[in-house]
Ligand binder design. Structure first.
Ligand code: SF4
Ligand code: SF4
Length: 101
C-alpha cells in the first residue's frame, strides 16, 4: 500500500473519516454520489451504505454529511482534529529547527 501524507503527517495517523449509523441509513446512495473518492460502497445484502476506504476521505472535508437527509453520517470532532494537526506541525517544525543547530 502506498503511504499517503497530509501536510507531512501520515494519513493513517489522522482520525478523520465518516461513520455511518446503520440504524438510520436507508441506502439512498446520496453520499456515494457526492463523494468522488470511493470512500463508500453499497452493501447489497443489507441495503446499507458502508465506509470501505476511510483513508480516502479528504482530511477535514465533511461534504457528504450535508447530503444525508437521514443524518446517518457523522465525523470526529473537527476542532480536535485541527488541534492534533497543528500540534504535529509544531513538533515537526521544532525538530527541523533543532536539526539546524
Ligand atoms: S446518504 Fe445517508 S441514508 Fe443515504 S446511503 Fe448515505 S448514509 Fe445512507
Ligand atoms: S467528507 Fe468529503 S471526501 Fe470524505 S467521504 Fe465525505 S464527501 Fe468524501
Amino acid at each position: 500500500m502506498t503511504s499517503r501524507f497530509y501536510l507531512g503527517i501520515p494519513r493513517e495517523e489522522i482520525a478523520w473519516n465518516p461513520a455511518i449509523d446503520e440504524e438510520k441509513c436507508i441506502g439512498c446512495g446520496q453520499c456515494f454520489e457526492v463523494c468522488p473518492n470511493n470512500v463508500f460502497a453499497m452493501d447489497e445484502a443489507s441495503g446499507k451504505m458502508k465506509v470501505v476506504n476511510p483513508q480516502n476521505c479528504v482530511v477535514l472535508c465533511d461534504k457528504c454529511k450535508a447530503f444525508c437527509d437521514q443524518e446517518a453520517i457523522s465525523f470526529p470532532d473537527k476542532e480536535a482534529v485541527k488541534r492534533f494537526i497543528a500540534e504535529r506541525l509544531r513538533a515537526a517544525a521544532a525538530r527541523a529547527k533543532d536539526a539546524e543547530l
